[in-house]
Design a binder for this molecule. Structure first.
Ligand SMILES: Nc1ncnc2c1ncn2[C@@H]1O[C@H](COP(=O)(O)OP(=O)(O)O)[C@@H](O)[C@H]1O
Ligand SMILES: CC(=O)N[C@@H](CCC(=O)OP(=O)(O)O)C(=O)O
Length: 299
């Protein structure tokens, strides 16, 4: 590289940094809970970009907390043992064998990969599940049908979170670690529960009084029945879309968690596209939010 092209590159780098610095500085000391969906981590280069973003945010004094999913990775592991996954309104039906596979994949594989990538990118990450430090406990979920009032579904060993104790997260943060949390809860008698990762992310965001909850997935955000991105969503719109079936499957727990968090005071809640390289850093650094912003009311 010649000196003049290097000068130009440095000028451009400094201009870019200066432009995004105010937005990033406003987040210093604030907690950003990031749900990293299994569908947004299927590509290794995207995973590396995500890890770089986490390491950069941490270096800037912002405190990210990662909750990871792994639905597609669990599907693959189930297929390898000759089992087919089944979902009931976005929740995996979890029998004994499925619970074992879920634990291997989430706590044994996906969590370690994310921790490793963040550390390799220059950050400091530590993995844990709901069991560690009594972070979150659950009882067996009786899943209400999203459309038919009074109808409930048994989904096996799926957890309904009862208690979140964020002390262990605060300890890790005080020691400079980014917690990377697997959505496995502990129940009475030491039973493990499979919990939807969007639900865990919302519970953690509320317990930490987070500034932002970012749910990274494999769509541009919440789409209407014609497939167009909805930039803003209110509870009334969500109600109507659930009833007419234009929000379904994996989007059901996501939107419920987003709404609960927005209503409980998390300042900014987004469902956004995790397939975009550096989606997280772009969201933190740019004044316009990306994806769908979920609002607590019609205002
Ligand atoms: N209205 C909607 N807008 C966007 N996605 C929707 C909608 N309704 C259902 N979905 C489904 O929800 C999926 C995202 O949830 P999920 O598969 O659980 O992903 P993740 O692994 O990121 O949690 C989308 O890929 C899409 O198939
Ligand atoms: C109860 C339930 O459905 N648990 C999820 C946990 C993983 C998850 O939520 O992964 P994604 O975020 O990638 O969908 C499952 O077993 O797939």
């Amino acid at each position: 590289m010649t000196d003049s092209s290097s000068d130009a590159l440095w000028s451009q780098t400094v201009d870019t940094l200066s432009a995004v610095l105010p937005q990033l500085m406003a987040l210093r000391g604030k907690t950003l809970v990031v749900k990293y969906g299994g569908n947004a981590m299927t590509d290794v280069s995207l995973q590396r970009a995500f890890a770089q973003d986490i390491a950069l945010l941490q270096a800037l004094g912002i405190t990210p907390v990662v909750v990871h999913g792994g639905g597609p990775q669990i599907e693959k592991a189930l297929a390898a043992v000759g089992k087919e996954g089944r979902f009931v309104h976005g929740m995996r039906y979890t029998d004994d064998q499925t619970m074992q596979v879920v634990q291997w994949v989430l706590a044994g594989q996906v969590q370690g990969e994310i921790v490793g990538l963040i550390n390799a990118a220059g950050g400091r990450a530590m993995g844990l599940t709901g069991r560690d430090g009594g972070l979150f406990s659950a009882t067996r979920l009786n899943l209400p049908d999203p459309i038919q009032p009074g109808v409930f579904h048994d989904v096996g060993w799926v957890g309904d979170i009862q208690k979140v104790d964020p002390a262990v997260i605060r300890d890790l943060q005080a020691r400079g670690y980014v917690p990377v949390i697997s959505p496995i809860a502990v129940g009475e008698n030491n039973q493990s529960f499979n919990v939807n990762a969007d639900v865990v992310a919302g519970e953690i965001a509320r317990a930490l009084d987070a500034e932002r909850l970012l749910l990274l997935t494999n769509t541009a955000g919440v789409l209407d029945a014609q497939g167009a991105l909805l930039k803003d969503l209110t509870p009334a719109m969500v109600d109507a879309m659930v009833k007419d079936g234009s929000i379904s499957g994996g989007m059901l727990p996501k939107i419920a968690s987003a709404l609960d968090s927005a209503r409980s005071g998390v300042r900014s809640v987004h469902i956004m596209d995790g397939r975009v390289p550096h989606a997280l850093f772009r969201e933190a650094a740019s004044p316009q939010g990306t994806g769908t912003v979920v609002r607590p009311d019609a205002a």
